[in-house]
Structures are given as C-alpha cells and as structure tokens.
Design a binder for this molecule. Structure first.
Ligand SMILES: NC(=O)c1ccc[n+]([C@@H]2O[C@H](COP(=O)([O-])OP(=O)(O)OC[C@H]3O[C@@H](n4cnc5c(N)ncnc54)[C@H](OP(=O)(O)O)[C@@H]3O)[C@@H](O)[C@H]2O)c1
Length: 334
C-alpha cells in the first residue's frame, strides 16, 4: 500500500563534522519508515523541541538524517487500519515523531495507526497546528489541575512563559474557563496581547527570578509552568495550601533549586507533564476537549505562518526566546 509519490519535498537535518546541515531537499518515499497510515501533511508547527532536533548539541534527535517536526496535521491518503479512513483529517504528535521517526516537515508522512488522532469536529488542520504539542501540553496541564480539584472560585492562578506556546495557550484556556489568570512574561511589549487573551494581571520576569524565603505569602490556587529555572521555585513557595503546579518545561533552564517546605508544610503538589508518552486514548480525549470545553480563546489568531522554505526563522526564534504565540508551518495545500 502506498499513495505517496516516489519523491516529495522535505526539510531535513543531517549531521556533519562541522555541525548540522539543514534545509529543504527532495526525499525518496522509499526511505519513509513503516506505518499503517499515510498522511498528506498540510500543516506542521515549531516547538522548542523541534529547534533542539536541528542542533548538533540539542540531544533530541535519534535519527540521522532526520525529517524533524514533532507535530503534523493533514489528510489520510492511505490506511491499512480499519479505524482510520482515507480522506479523514488527522493530527499526530509525540511518541518518536520528529525525533526517531520522520516527522511533520515534509509533504508526506507515514506513521503507526496508534499515533493517529482524528481531528474532532470544530477544528481544522490549521487549528490543530495552532494548538500543536505546546497547546496540547497546556490542555493537559489544565486537565491535571482540574483533576486535583482546581475551581475558578479557589482564587487566582498563575501561568509562566506567557508569550510562548504552552503559556499563551494555558492562559487562553484558563481565562475562558472563568479563572482569574495572572501571567509572568519577560516581554513588556506583549502586555496588550496577553490582556486580550484574558490575563487579569502581569508580573515581570524579574518579579519571580530573585531567590526568596522558603515560603512566601500564599497567592496562587494553581499554576502552569513551562519555564523551570528560578521561576518554578517562586511558584512553589507562593502556591496556596494544597494547590498544585503543572510543570512541563525548562525554557529558562533545567536546574530546580527549592526547599521541601512547600510540600511538607503546605501540601503543595508538583505535577510533571510529559506530553510525549500520553497513551493514545487519553490523547484523543484531550483533543476532543480542545475542540470543546478546553478550546483556547481566539484559536489561530496569534500565529506566524511559515513554509518549509522559511522554517529557519521559527526554529532560530524559538531558541532565542522570541516566541509571540505560535509559529505554524504551511507544508502543502489540502
Ligand atoms: N513536557 C512536555 O511534554 C513539553 C511539551 C511542550 C513543551 N515543553 C517544554 O516547555 C517549554 C516551553 O515550550 P514552548 O513551546 O511554550 O516554548 P516557547 O514558545 O519558546 O515559550 C517559552 C516562553 O518561556 C519564556 N522564556 C524563554 N526563555 C526564558 C528564560 N531564559 N527565562 C525565563 N523565561 C523564558 C518566554 O516567555 P516570556 O517572554 O513571556 O516570559 C517564552 O516565550 C520548553 O522547555 C519545551 O521544551 C515540554
């Protein structure tokens, strides 16, 4: 079975002695990995991990040469799995996609059926990539806080890295659920956009960066953090008794210096978010919620559209901390 042309355009990385060579080239379909589902990729996106996958020191890519792209959305062109129909629109992300299995930065992809999520009614392939792994992680974080009992009546919640993909989407989701959402951002010129997404208050990065006492005034009923570094310790020491932070990222750095006091004196919880390995049934459920009760406000508005030929702009920008919403990649027309 194949409905993929003999060759097609792909953005690839290849390791050389002097670093990683990256760019668009013609890819032979015969070199695609095994899988039950073939997808004509319409959109992909840029995540922090994608940028790492294109760098020699990124420690993310496990295939060489590699078509990166941890997210893809498109239409099924061939399928040997009875549950995935030809012509249906689907999204795939996580697992080995874009790191150990050729990913979304190509006109076609072949993936295992167990990685495929049918796009729920109400979302387009473009919407799905405006969400992408970053937005999915935001939804997963909100769901985890809800499962711990977070309710809008509990008081203000905090979202860090707010101008970025995870943070911006978490802000948009939580605000529409009725929470009073405060954000941390290092970009003062993003204030108007963050307010329009629903931010009730904005803290500067410097407000949360200085070392503090082991416990400070209880402020937040919950938090979503994708920054780590000095930000996560601030969150832990200012969470209310019994509150939780959903931690997914290290945009500020991987080290975590805290005391145990938030945990043992306030019952605070640190919830780890790993979007890569989420089982497919839960992944499909969260996508269904992203189309309904967890649909981010103004979905698709704060995106910068790239193509395979202009992809470097997003890959370099996200590593430089320059995110303002999401970069999405128009791979090929529907
Ligand atoms: N665990 C998972 O499954 C999972 C899934 C997705 C992403 N992630 C991780 O989550 C993180 C964020 O991903 P993303 O896609 O949202 O990235 P992003 O779009 O680049 O957003 C990150 C945001 O963090 C803030 N930031 C950047 N550098 C910083 C620094 N040095 N100190 C403090 N804040 C900084 C910036 O926001 P402000 O300028 O507004 O402060 C930036 O916009 C990354 O580490 C990524 O690898 C993990």
């Amino acid at each position: 079975m194949t409905a993929i042309p003999a060759s097609f355009r792909a953005y690839m990385t290849e390791r050389r002695d002097d670093g990683v060579r990256r760019g668009v080239r013609e890819f032979q379909a015969a070199d695609l990995p095994e899988g039950e589902v073939e997808i004509g990729v319409e959109w992909s996106s840029v995540n922090y991990k994608d940028a790492l996958a294109t760098r020699a020191d990124g420690k993310v890519a496990r295939l060489d040469p590699l078509i990166p792209g941890i997210d893809l959305a498109g239409h099924v062109v061939a399928s040997t799995d009875p549950s995935i129909a030809v012509g249906s629109v689907v999204v795939a992300h996580g697992y080995d996609l874009g790191v150990a299995h050729h990913g979304g930065y190509a006109e076609y992809a072949r993936v295992p059926a167990r990685w495929v999520v049918p796009i729920p009614p109400g979302l387009t392939t473009r919407d799905a990539m405006a969400i992408g792994t970053a937005g999915f992680t935001a939804a997963m974080s909100v769901a985890a806080l809800q499962e711990r009992g977070l309710d809008p009546a509990d008081g203000p919640v905090l979202v860090t890295g707010a101008s970025g993909g995870v943070g911006g989407t978490a802000l948009a989701i939580l605000a529409d659920l009725g929470h009073e959402v405060w954000v941390v951002s290092g970009k003062p010129d993003e204030a108007a956009r963050l307010t329009s997404l629903g931010a009730a208050g904005i803290l500067g990065r410097e407000d949360v960066s200085a070392p503090g006492k082991p416990l400070e005034t209880e402020r937040w009923a919950g938090a979503v953090d994708a920054v780590g570094a000095t930000t996560l310790p601030y969150v832990l020491r200012t969470l209310k008794r019994g509150a939780a932070v959903a931690a997914s990222g290290n945009a500020g750095g991987p080290a975590l210096e805290t005391t145990v006091f938030p945990f043992i004196l306030r019952g605070v919880a640190l919830l780890g978010m790993d979007s890569v390995a989420v089982p497919i049934d839960r992944r499909r459920l969260l996508w269904a919620r992203l189309a309904t009760d967890l649909r981010p406000r103004d979905l698709g508005r704060d995106v910068t559209e790239l193509t395979l030929d202009t992809l470097d702009e997003g890959l370099d920008g996200i590593l430089a901390g320059a995110a303002r919403g999401r970069w999405i990649v128009r791979v090929s027309p529907a």
